[in-house]
Design a protein around this ligand. Structure first.
Ligand code: 5GP
Length: 141
């Protein structure tokens, strides 16, 4: 079991924003920007090279839904980078496929090549993580 399998099963706690039969979405601990979310297939696949058409349809179809909920959760969000690192040479560090949804804010001064080079976790308290996760999760209600 990798770390994301343990997050999906609840063995390791996370700030969940969305879950259905196919995907689990939760705040990335690094919060490159506030609301930075990971969308992870529940099925264990290491990277995009292991996707078949069926899995691609199930997972990729969810990205707009979750992206829209994140954007609606905070009016200051004006854009979003969606990134998936596949393979060590591409910067992948957790070998369970995942999609970074990284909200962008006017004048946030970030380059568009983002995760996982930035770690802002020391700037976020558990309360702050929970507040962000709840604001996103409530968009699905
Ligand atoms: P990768 O480098 O593989 O594209 O991204 C892995 C991401 O997983 C990193 O952005 C990192 O912050 C995040 N991450 C690693 N361990 C944990 C964890 O235990 N909890 C959460 N929420 N995120 C994690």
């Amino acid at each position: 079991m990798d770390i994301f399998d343990k997050i999906i099963s609840g063995e390791i706690p996370s700030y969940k924003v969305y879950e259905d039969n196919d995907v689990f979405a939760f705040l990335d601990i690094s919060q490159v920007t506030p609301g930075h979310t990971l969308v992870v297939p529940k099925q264990h696949v290491s990277d995009i090279f292991a996707y078949d058409d069926d899995l691609a349809q199930k997972i990729l179809l969810k990205l707009p839904l979750i992206a829209k909920a994140i954007k609606k959760s905070n009016p200051a969000i004006t854009g979003m980078n969606i990134q998936s690192n596949n393979g060590q040479s591409a910067g992948q560090t957790v070998f369970h496929s995942h999609w970074h949804l990284i909200p962008r804010f006017d004048n946030d001064n970030l380059s568009s090549v983002l995760a996982p080079t930035i770690d802002n976790s020391e700037n976020f308290s558990p309360d702050q993580y929970q507040k962000i996760a709840t604001a996103i999760a409530s968009q699905f209600e």
